[in-house]
Design a protein around this ligand. Structure first.
Ligand code: FES
Ligand SMILES: [Fe+2]
Length: 342
């Protein structure tokens, strides 16, 4: 006779997906400002699709859907920048960075919809701290919160030049971020001498954590920006993390590091350099190893367990997941039907 009671069981690996999540909304760094010159066009992969990024004569950056609203040519394959606009290679229609059609070289009348609204999908863009930020929302809603303010980057003259690093990780951003609340793995994977005490705090699009009573303190500003400081003996090293979701199972993890401009040869300078090296790579002396040497093999190969088998020594993993889930929305744009009806 069939037993209809719910059976307590652990899901097998074959029942699990690696990254069962949509792309979250938020502000994301799509590239460094120095990588896009005036007049340049680049095709970039982000948010599980391709985009065309260009910089007009006035310096404004546009990030657009690749396919021309006219007859669908790819703007990033043979298109050019004309003034502040991107020009389609096929019939030379031009669009500005806000997605408005600015010119049809042979038409006498601009089509009605193009007179009333932008016709090319673009992402809201801002440039700050030498980075090109864009706001992504699957339903094309506008920004819901501001970019972070990072004290060290507001005062570059007091700090060493920012060091940028990039790592491609074969998993989604949520899985990478879960590390910040997984206090137990710091001992067993990273080689920390103890499981450090940790706390976390949630507040809207902010998520803060403190590992080792002030040793590593981090604050998220939505899923795409995380300010982390490693502090020892009064010396702090900034690790500003701006991960970009390339696809549902691929993340370009960018990190930007700096610290106070201590004079060469001082103990503070040596310690700051040490905190920098150690946050990324191999263990050194009594320190534990950074993410590059130990986390990547786990991230690149694990599967997500929606119902993990947790124990009392684990960090606030479910709290983290609950906070993160606010950035996932249905990916059907609210405007799709409205546009079709025009
Ligand atoms: S398809 Fe782009 S101008 Fe015609
Ligand atoms: Fe880790």
């Amino acid at each position: 006779m069939a037993d209809t009671a719910v059976v307590e069981r652990i899901q097998r690996g074959s029942e699990l997906e690696r990254c069962p999540f949509p792309i979250p909304y938020g502000w994301f760094v799509i590239d460094l400002s120095e990588n896009l010159e005036v007049g340049e066009i680049r095709n970039v992969q982000a948010f599980d699709q391709e985009w065309v990024m260009f910089r007009g004569e006035d310096g404004t950056v546009g990030i657009t859907d690749p396919y021309c609203p006219h007859l669908g040519a790819h703007l990033g394959k043979g298109g050019t920048v004309e003034g502040n606009n991107i020009r389609c290679p096929f019939h030379h229609w031009e669009y500005d960075a806000q997605g408005w059609c600015k010119k049809i070289p042979y038409g006498k009348v601009m089509p009605g919809i193009a007179r009333r609204k932008p016709v090319l999908r673009v992402l809201p863009v801002e440039e700050k701290y030498g980075m090109i930020w864009c706001w992504y929302h699957p339903q094309e809603l506008g920004p819901m919160f501001d970019l972070p303010v990072v004290e060290e980057l507001e005062n570059p003259d007091d700090h060493v030049p920012v060091r940028h690093g990039e790592w491609t990780m074969h998993t989604c951003m949520q899985e990478i971020g879960e590390n910040g609340v997984d206090f137990a793995h710091l001992k067993f994977l990273h080689g920390s001498p103890i499981i450090p005490p940790g706390t976390c705090k949630l507040d809207g699009h902010h998520f803060e954590f403190d590992i080792g009573e002030g040793y590593i303190c981090g604050k998220y500003y939505g899923p795409g920006a995380q300010v982390v400081r490693h502090t020892k003996d009064g010396v702090s090293m900034l690790m500003f993390s701006t991960p970009l979701p390339i696809g549902r199972e691929e993340t370009l993890s960018r990190m930007h590091f700096t610290f106070r401009n201590y004079a060469e040869g001082t103990a503070e300078r040596t310690l700051a350099e040490h905190l920098y090296q150690h946050s990324i790579g191999e263990a050194d002396g009594e320190d534990s190893a950074g993410f590059e040497s130990v986390d990547m093999i786990v991230w690149d190969n694990k599967k997500y367990r929606p119902q993990p088998l947790l124990c009392d020594g684990d960090g606030p993993i479910l709290k983290w997941r609950q906070w993160y889930s606010q950035f996932y929305v249905d990916d059907q744009p609210a405007s799709v039907n409205a546009v079709a009806a025009e």
